[in-house]
Design a protein around this ligand. Structure first.
Ligand SMILES: NC(=O)c1ccc[n+]([C@@H]2O[C@H](COP(=O)([O-])OP(=O)(O)OC[C@H]3O[C@@H](n4cnc5c(N)ncnc54)[C@H](O)[C@@H]3O)[C@@H](O)[C@H]2O)c1
Length: 365
């Protein structure tokens, strides 16, 4: 096979900004992900963070000082009372999100919620209802949809480069730095709820809703106090015969780590790597290889992707919310109402394990 450095072949994967990008952002929860992903992304995009708040006031003040954020509020109510805050950007553990959303909705703030929206499907539905009832725009930070390799794949598939998709795989085998999220050790539903959710959502972004979900979960013998499942295999069956596999092992302590995606169709294939997962959260750019009947057999096109899941994809989720506000429309690609269907697949995966059977996402909720 020939490696083509390539006749200028352009894949489109960059986020689309609206014409108004100076909405005042108020951040709620100034922990790890905000510091190493949200704030660097917003700085790069020129977004305007005007205030922040965290239950831990010291953290909020330090983050405000480090990142030039004008106000660090001691209470949520104070942040919500600030008219300069037009969008709240929530980044707290999922069980704390619903109460914040309901207060933010009452204060008529637009909002970018963290994923997972909630740890129960019922709370996720309540979150969506609160946004709807208040008439505010509500998006979710399910940002793998803006990861360069995934967004490029979506555009290539839409342009017919692989024909009809028949086989999709996302496979990850790494040593995850669990110490970054000490609170995750106690959650009973871990891997699919907090991590494979990204891959499941990416599959839905690329291929739509599956008919059936089949999942198997396991723990690693040496995972100690970490309570939930850490090795999972989930299969999504589609009505047209497409089969999608999400296979993740967070305790690969010996073999070469890998994080790959492969989308094969009747007319071509896309092979890539998820750069972030090779050294989270530093990562490296994704890679992409395309073979297609459009190029002819024996040609492999390997465009260079120069953006990273962290921080660049975090521009996409906020930019989408801003465009929705500007155009008074639903956020494109990350509305919370669409995200409920990704959560349906997640909960179907857990039901599949408990009941030892394949589950239809429609059975959830
Ligand atoms: N989108 C992604 O790719 C991604 C990546 C990592 C984490 N996350 C999600 O982001 C959220 C935060 O994760 P993290 O890694 O930053 O965790 P973290 O523990 O580093 O930070 C969480 C922060 O939230 C604060 N907090 C908790 N409850 C609060 C409340 N009720 N009001 C205000 N502040 C509160 C804590 O004091 C802490 O500072 C989680 O929901 C996690 O699932 C998403």
């Amino acid at each position: 096979m020939t490696d083509y450095p390539i006749f200028p072949f352009v894949v489109d994967y960059k986020p689309q900004l609206g014409s108004k990008t100076d909405y005042g952002i108020g951040i709620i929860g100034t922990g790890g992900i905000v510091q190493y992903a949200h704030l660097p992304a917003y700085k790069k995009a020129g977004f305007r963070v005007v205030a922040c708040h965290d239950l831990n006031d010291e953290t909020a003040k330090k983050v405000a000082a480090d990142h030039g954020i004008g106000r660090a509020y001691e209470t949520l109510d104070d942040l919500l009372a600030d008219d300069a805050v037009e969008i709240v950007d929530i980044a707290v553990p999922p069980w704390a999100q619903r109460e914040i959303v309901e207060k933010a909705a009452a204060a008529k703030k637009h909002m970018l919620c963290q994923k997972p929206l909630a740890d129960t499907f019922e709370d996720a539905v309540r979150i969506v209802e609160a946004g709807r009832a208040a008439g505010v725009k509500q998006a979710v930070n399910q940002q793998m949809r803006w990861d360069a390799g995934i967004r490029a794949s979506r555009n290539l598939i839409a342009q017919g480069y692989i024909g009809q998709p028949t086989d999709a795989q996302i496979q990850v085998s790494v040593a995850t730095p669990w110490h970054m999220w000490p609170w995750l050790a106690a959650v009973p539903k871990l891997e699919v709820m907090f991590h494979s959710l990204h891959y499941i959502d990416a599959m839905r972004f690329l291929f739509g809703d599956p008919e059936w979900v089949t999942s198997r979960h396991a723990r690693y013998p040496k995972q100690g106090a970490v309570k939930g499942e850490t090795k999972t295999i989930t299969v999504l069956d589609y009505a047209d015969g497409l089969q999608a596999l999400v296979s993740v092992n967070h305790y690969n302590e010996w073999a070469e780590p890998f994080a790959t995606f492969r989308f094969i169709g009747t007319e071509g294939a896309i092979d890539g790597t998820i750069g972030l997962m090779y050294n989270y959260p530093t990562g490296r750019p994704d890679t992409l290889e395309i073979t297609s009947a459009k190029f002819g057999r024996g040609v492999k096109v390997t465009p260079t992707l120069d953006e990273m899941w962290i921080p660049d994809a975090f521009v996409g989720t906020m930019a989408s919310l801003m465009r929705a506000i500007e155009t008074d429309s639903e956020p494109e690609d990350n509305s919370t109402v669409d995200n409920l269907n990704s959560l349906r697949v997640v909960h179907a995966a857990y039901q599949s394990v408990v009941e030892n059977r394949s589950v239809r996402p429609a059975e959830v909720g």
